[in-house]
Unconditional design. Structure first.
Lengths: 262, 161
């Protein structure tokens, strides 16, 4: 049997950034006798991205707290939920022909925005066409997207030029550089969890040595982000501070000069 | 916290293995499979527990129904979706929601889909889409090889009708 091939997602096409709250605002003042509404193309995609985000991350919290999690996603309470919502919008841009037809069919249905998960056809579409792909063969693509998003979110740009300059000039062996970076992470006063340590390590590696970053790295990052997005969001400031400190404190003199070059 | 030396050693080992690279606009299933195996080993070594696979409720039901009944022409009369739900939720992680969109095993995974969906092109397209992912990625969801094969045969039929 021939090998199954998948197309790499194209992130180049434009996406909308409307939040769920903004959609709700557009319905303010409409008759309260109605609970359900048809949605514009943009509103529908926002609802889909919201349900997708809940579907990808609901199991990070125990059952009794899932309603709160949904509320936090709907109200945009945690900055990192935007990561998965944005990924969902790119997935929608990359749907194949038959899935696009399903999406079109969803445009003629009315939706209950106050209870997003009761819109069965839409939830089914999100699971069948978006979530199952993201949790299986596209998980590494979600990971690659997450690493890029998190690098920006954790303000890796601050002082990044210096880091790049040092690496370019001194050409440290990646494993030596990353080992020292790991040691700095260990010194963090915020006591990082194993998955946080790993993720920061992978982000720095992919920024400095993209050609050494492979599917396994992206997949690992995808698993971590999928399982811990809420936690990462809650600890964003601590992670950003740790990252900044670790990069600043890295020894600037490469003691292993003469080692094999990159 | 994992000592950085240990972490690095694992990551270096990961890099030493045959390394699935990404280039171009396509990637293959075997690249993903290899990467998944390597990552699983690493997660085990670091002590990150693996979770049961996430799969949509609809597809999870299809997997369980196919595994239990691939070799019979029709479902038992007293078969309910509650029982299927119980089994499926042990194997897979999916959103539990209180909805009545499908109520019988036949509505989820009909024994004769071509006849069942004859009058409803939209529902048939959704069913076909549900099957396609399960067929392409069957290695991650099925435990009964015969059911994996029978679903592939069924999918070929559905594509033609």
């Amino acid at each position: 049997m021939s090998e199954t091939l998948y197309k790499v997602l194209d992130f180049g096409r434009p996406i909308d950034r409307q939040s769920f709250g903004e959609v709700m605002d557009e319905f303010k003042g409409l008759s309260l006798s109605h609970n359900t509404f048809t949605l514009s193309d943009g509103q529908l995609k926002t609802l889909i991205a919201t349900v997708f985000t809940y579907g990808l991350h609901y199991d990070e919290v125990p059952e009794e707290r899932r309603e709160l999690l949904l509320k936090a996603i709907l109200e945009g309470k945690q900055p990192l939920f935007d990561l998965s919502q944005t990924f969902a919008r790119h997935l929608i841009n990359n749907l194949d022909g038959h899935a696009k037809l399903q999406l079109e069919a969803l445009q003629i249905i009315e939706y209950d925005l106050k209870k997003p998960l009761t819109n069965e056809l839409l939830v089914d579409f999100v699971e069948i066409e978006l979530l199952d792909q993201t949790t299986s063969y596209r998980k590494w693509e979600y990971g690659r997207f997450s690493m890029a998003y998190l690098a920006a979110h954790l303000s890796i740009q601050d002082g990044w030029e210096n880091v790049e300059k040092t690496v370019k000039e001194q050409k440290p062996r990646p494993e030596v550089y990353l080992k020292n970076f790991g040691k700095e992470l260990e010194n963090s006063r915020y006591n990082l969890d194993a998955h946080e340590q790993l993720l920061l390590h992978l982000i720095v590696k992919s920024k400095l040595w993209p050609d050494k970053t492979a599917l396994t790295d992206y997949l690992l990052a995808g698993s971590i982000t999928q399982q811990h997005l809420l936690g990462l969001s809650l600890r964003s400031e601590k992670l950003a501070a740790t990252l900044k400190n670790a990069l600043q404190n890295l020894p600037t003199i490469n003691k292993r000069r003469g080692g094999p070059k990159l | 916290m994992i000592p950085s030396e240990k972490l690095l050693r694992y990551l270096e080992d990961l890099a030493k293995e045959e390394h699935p690279e990404i280039n171009g606009k396509e990637y293959s299933q075997s690249q993903v499979k290899l990467a998944e195996r390597l990552v699983r080993d690493l997660q085990k070594a670091i002590g990150i527990a693996s979770q049961k696979p996430k799969l949509s409720r609809r597809r999870a039901f299809i997997v369980i129904l196919e595994e239990l009944y691939y070799d019979v022409p029709k479902y038992p009369n007293d078969l309910t979706l509650d029982g299927i739900n119980r089994r499926a939720s042990q194997r897979f992680e999916y959103m539990n929601r209180d909805v009545k969109s499908f109520t019988t095993p036949t509505e989820v995974h009909p024994k004769d889909p071509c006849t069942f969906y004859e009058e409803n092109g939209y529902a048939k397209a959704r069913y076909k889409s549900a099957l396609q992912h399960l067929v392409l990625e069957s290695h991650r969801y099925f435990e009964v090889p015969e059911a994996e094969t029978s679903l592939k045969v069924l999918f070929e039929d559905v594509k033609l009708c």
